[in-house]
Design a protein around this ligand. Structure first.
Ligand SMILES: CC(C)NC(=O)[C@H](Cc1c[nH]c2ccccc12)NC(=O)[C@H](CCCC/N=C(/NCCC(=O)O)S[C@H]1O[C@H](COP(=O)(O)OP(=O)(O)OC[C@H]2O[C@@H](n3cnc4c(N)ncnc43)[C@H](O)[C@@H]2O)[C@@H](O)[C@H]1O)NC(=O)OCc1ccccc1
Length: 243
């Protein structure tokens, strides 16, 4: 029975990587990347909105979208899946949690260190000089919101996320690749495995001889690299795995 194998594999693991995507936060009520296009943004395609070109063309539209997503995240709480991942990190000293998510639910579930490959909703910076900016109060009204300007150089402040066509933060990418190369077990949770170079991480672990366990209610591009596929929602499957 896959669950028992997975629990046994996790119990015996010495160096664990937990790799997460939007599905990890779905049961908290955070819309997955593709579902985050409602209201004003419904007529846009996420991949074209999450680009430097879109911000250049209409800063208020894109800033407003990220402020809406930040408001969503601030209204929800980590789920039992996030708490189970924190329990794994507490139990297996050398656990590295790598996420594609820009929410802070892993941290709010008790994790001090999380490798954010695609940035965060809570680390805005100047689009000109790169100076960190204060994430102001979440605006009450949704819709188009002009971004604040940088106190140092007056350029627009931008969300601290990685947009399509932009390089990932070098430190995060190398920390992730290194952890995947060194681990003996990688858990991939709630990701479709379609966005690169992040999606390469489970393959790095597999090629280095680690066991890959996937948790996802649906089949994904990562089925082929997973030794064990647990077909279920993260917040239901993970607690059993760490029980
Ligand atoms: C779409 C894809 C084809 N395109 C790319 O990958 C591109 C281009 C590219 C590069 N290399 C390639 C190689 C091949 C093909 C294309 C490329 N990559 C890039 O542009 C990257 C940057 C990519 C990062 C983009 N930013 C994001 N996010 C931040 C912003 C924001 O969020 O707004 S990506 C964003 O989308 C992705 C969404 O994927 P998932 O998280 O997996 O979510 P998804 O909705 O797809 O699936 C949810 C899954 O959960 C499951 N699920 C649902 N409920 C549950 C549940 N309850 N429990 C468990 N699972 C569940 C579902 O079944 C499903 O499987 C995440 O990565 C997320 O971070 N940059 C770059 O390559 O730069 C290079 C470069 C080189 C030189 C010079 C300059 C540049």
């Amino acid at each position: 029975m896959p669950e028992r194998d997975a629990a046994g594999l996790l119990r015996d693991a010495k160096r664990v990587v937990v790799f997460t995507g939007a599905g990890m936060s779905a049961e908290s009520g955070v819309p997955t990347f593709r579902d985050s296009l409602t209201g004003l943004w419904a007529r846009y395609d996420a991949q074209s909105l999450a680009t430097p070109e879109a911000f250049e063309a209409d800063p208020a539209l894109v800033w407003g979208w990220y402020e809406w997503r930040r408001a969503e995240v601030e209204q929800v709480a980590p789920n039992a899946g996030h708490r189970a991942v924190a329990a794994i990190a507490a139990r297996v000293a050398s656990t590295v949690v790598i996420t594609q998510n820009i929410d802070d639910l892993h941290e709010r579930a008790g994790l001090e260190e999380v490798v954010h490959l695609h940035g965060s909703l809570f680390t805005p910076r100047c689009s000109g000089c790169g100076a960190p900016a204060e994430p102001g109060d979440v605006p009450a009204e949704g819709g188009r919101i002009p971004p604040p300007v940088c106190v140092d150089c007056g350029a627009d402040v931008r969300p601290g996320v990685v947009w399509f066509g932009e390089q990932l933060p070098a430190a995060a990418l190398s920390a992730a690749a290194e952890a995947a190369f060194d681990c003996d077990l990688l858990l991939t949770i709630g990701t479709s495995g379609l966005v690169y170079p992040a999606a390469e991480i489970p393959y790095v672990a597999d090629r280095a001889g680690a066991t890959v366990i996937q948790i996802n209610p649906e089949p994904t591009a990562l089925d082929s690299v997973a030794a064990v596929n647990l077909r279920g929602p993260a917040a239901q499957v993970l607690p059993d795995l760490v029980a």
